[in-house]
Design a protein around this ligand. Structure first.
Ligand code: AHR
Length: 522
């Protein structure tokens, strides 16, 4: 339960018209004044619901145990998929899932994951922990899973150790409605009709685990592989080119200048960690310095998206090629006592704020950024869900994604924020982040994040071009920086009701320290 000290406060003394519930975090002494102007009459780009996409790789317990337990498991399941995880993901309205990797994708050969499960080859997952990969979860299991949770499928193809032929045949196997040998094989394996295949990735991190290539080389290879991806006209996937690592702007220059005409989207990967790559920092028990460093690194996404987009604008001024940030999130040191190759980490209030700050950035760049896939869905890195045998818990990151659902498909609105900075040592960033949008039902939705763990924020939000009657929603906060949900206390951090007050056309929002608030304005 969020540690809130709530108070019913008569706000008439401030000249305000309503009674409001003002949550105060324990120990919150001061509040900084923040002013916001929202232009409700100046609609911007549509926030593609795919910005709320996820990533599920054959890594640690991301797939096996996290999603798939098999039909014979004592854990309640539907055709092998865990019921608790499926229900939680359905509630989240996950729009799209990327699979099977990641680095795993460039070692994956799809033919090994079809046909009778007990006849599939057992391989070694050489990239992640050198454990056995039974190939039990393959093309059918993934595409059926995506259908089960109501998400679109984004399949990532093997460039690094595969061939254009293998890739082309995978697409045919999935999408063909003819009597071709591959389509008949799919039917023999239990799927009569083709699946929908809206997104297909050509390579992953081809600058690294996907082949250690130069962009000049990969640009040609990309065009070669992409040429042979053919599918029925009404089921042709959008092609995504493996893109840059963090601030590798040269990669973007080369790929866009050489191959923009051949791609529908271009990807970017960026992970957030407080320390250095070799020593990233712990997921719990961290200091305020690590808190500040993490959030500071998270908001670097703004600079990365801006600079990569500017290069894309040069070669693609009509914005025909979308930017997909198809891997992002926090990455900490492995949990002691666990297989370091499994990338299992705890998820705290800090991760929740990384999520809200990052989603706000994507909203601001909704004209170019059309998909993002947080890494990863279950039990890996900044997961939505953690499982331990029959137990499951939702993470603070899950709750932010759930609170932000109204932004899926909404129209972004300009929000000008005048906020003091939150500074700690060498780190500093604006104390308050804001996102505003008109949702698909016409309601105004506003998200606020206060990153300061010691100071509240008193926000006055002026809304031009809309009448404000009331505003209410939910808040996510807690007393500790590393507050988290565990299998024993799965509801330690969860959203609570929140009400804003108003004066004329101005909203008054009292943000406790380290909090995320989403309100709907009526
Ligand atoms: O998400 C974990 C790994 O991070 C992915 O496999 C890879 O693409 C990236 O380096």
């Amino acid at each position: 339960m969020p540690i809130l000290q709530g108070a019913l406060r008569l706000t008439a003394a401030l000249g305000l018209a309503t009674l409001s519930f003002v949550p105060l975090a324990a120990g919150a002494a001061e509040s900084a004044a923040v002013s916001v102007t929202i232009q409700a009459d100046k609609p911007g780009a549509k926030i593609d619901r795919n910005l709320y996409g996820q990533f599920a790789e054959h890594l640690g317990h991301g797939i096996y145990e996290g999603i798939w337990v098999g039909e014979d498991s004592s854990i309640p399941n539907t055709r092998g998929y865990r019921n608790d995880v499926v229900a939680a993901l359905k509630k989240l309205k996950v729009p799209v899932v990327r699979w099977p990797g990641g680095c795993f994708a460039d070692e994956y050969h799809w033919r090994e994951g079809i046909g009778p499960r007990d006849k599939r080859p057992v391989k070694v997952n050489t990239h992640w922990g050198a454990v056995e990969e039974p190939n039990t979860f393959g093309t059918h299991e993934f595409l059926d899973f995506a259908e089960l949770i109501g998400a679109d499928a984004y399949v990532s193809g093997n460039v690094g150790s595969g061939s254009p032929q293998e890739m082309a045949e995978w697409v045919e196997y999935i999408t063909s409605d003819t009597k071709s040998t591959l389509a008949e094989l799919r039917r023999k394996n239990g799927r009569e009709k083709p699946w929908k295949l809206p997104y297909f990735g050509v390579g992953n991190e081809t600058w690294g685990c996907g082949g250690n290539m130069r962009p000049e080389y990969f640009a040609d290879l990309y065009k070669q592989f992409a040429t042979f991806i053919k599918a029925p006209r009404d089921n042709t996937p959008l092609k995504i080119a493996s893109g840059a690592n963090v601030a590798d702007y040269h990669w973007t220059e080369v790929m866009l200048s050489q191959a923009a005409k051949h791609m529908d989207a271009y990807s970017l990967h960026y992970y957030t960690f407080p320390g250095r790559w070799e020593n990233k920092g712990a997921s719990t028990g961290f200091t305020e310095d690590a808190w500040a460093s993490t959030l500071n690194h998270a908001v670097r996404m703004e600079e990365l998206v801006t600079k990569h987009s500017a290069i894309m604008d040069k070669y693609d001024p009509d914005k025909k090629v979308a930017l997909y940030v198809d891997e992002w999130g926090t990455w900490y040191d492995p949990e002691p006592g666990r297989n370091p190759g499994f990338l299992y980490q705890q998820n705290t209030l800090r991760d929740a704020l990384v999520a809200s700050l990052t989603l706000d950035i994507f909203h601001r760049h909704a004209d170019r950024v059309k998909m993002s896939n947080i890494a990863q869905m279950v039990n890996v890195l900044q997961a939505m869900i953690l499982t331990d045998k029959e137990k499951m818990t939702l993470t603070p990151t899950y709750h932010v994604f759930e609170m932000y659902i109204p932004f899926q498909g909404a129209t972004s609105l300009p929000a000008e924020v005048q906020s003091p900075t939150y500074s700690r040592g060498e780190w500093s960033l604006p104390q308050v982040s804001v996102s505003a949008a008109r949702d698909v039902n016409g309601k105004l939705q506003i998200a606020f994040t206060n990153v300061d763990p010691n100071k509240g924020a008193s926000v006055s939000a002026k809304i031009n071009g809309a009448n404000v009657k009331s505003a209410s929603g939910r808040i996510l906060t807690a007393s500790a920086l590393d507050a988290r949900n565990t299998f024993d206390k799965p509801e330690a951090v969860k959203p609570a009701p929140f009400k804003a007050s108003k004066k004329g056309n101005e909203l008054r929002v009292e943000l406790p320290p380290k909090s995320v608030v989403v309100v709907a304005v009526e």
